[in-house]
Design a protein around this ligand. Sequence first.
Ligand code: ATP
Length: 319
Amino acid sequence: MRKIGVLTSGGDAPGMNAGVRAVVRAAIYRGLEVVGIRRGYAGLLDGDFKPMALESVGDIIQRGGTCLYTARCLEFLTEDGQRRGYQRLIDADVDGLVVFGGDGSFRGAQKLHNLGIKTIGVPSTIDNDIGACDANIGFDTAVQTAIEAIDKIRDTATSHERTYVIEVMGRSAGHIALSAGLAGGAESVLIPEVPYKLEDVVAKLQRGVARGKKHSIIIVAEGAGHGGEIGRYIEEHTGFDTRVTVLGHVQRGGAPSATDRVLASRLGAHSVELLVQGVSGHMAATQHGELTSVPFDEVFQSDRKPDKAVYELADILSI
Ligand code: ATP
């Protein structure tokens, strides 16, 4: 292993920069050359490479987003696109690649691995839906951002005695909603993985009001329903003054939490270590706090589902 490429792909996640910094510095520490590939697989196909030095990654550990930019690239879904990407790496003498991203980005990395490039994936998505590891980079920060917003909305909900429906990110995964709902003391948490009935949500709200509650917060993951529609239903069926807030992309930005910076630094450096050892087609991961690696095929079989006991606890504590 002489030269490593690093790219970020799919949705950005806070902590990606800390991870890229770790790859670059750990590689240089080991005497390897590093190139940054801008805009994910789109930049790979365009040959948008830049040599990385120690100072290329200075002053980024605390920044959200990704200094390498990210993109979704339809062309890379095709065999022809993958072969062109492989050739770009060969032409640039890159013999190892670290890919920060989610499930789709890992599928791309696996294709390059099959073609003969050593690849390691680093789980980076605020959705936290990549399994076979303790956590995905960006999730901790996204939950913290959601909580800060929920706490602020709670102040106004209390003052005006209102019901608030807060829609958080998570098209197919309810991890942000569940953690933010539990930590934010929500009355109900609606996630795509658990079927729910709006009649039950309304009944719970009415029970709360009957025992003197002045305000309520419902957290809904975007994949579990439309905040606006749920808010209208609640208002129509209770007569409670109900407002809706969609948090949207604020959850993707912002300075990464200490937890995400530590995770990204450990996984970034570990991915270089794995490449040096000749490991390929794997995801760098922590399991029970220990660094390890998991073959992509195993990762693809192990979607992380929200913890049922945590879901039930959120319900019990908001009785
Ligand atoms: P997020 O969790 O933020 O959605 P992701 O990595 O799952 O992140 P995708 O948009 O699914 O995001 O994938 C990112 C890019 O990876 C795609 O635009 C495409 O270039 C590449 N990719 C996705 N799936 C495949 C696949 N099956 N084969 C090859 N490349 C793929």
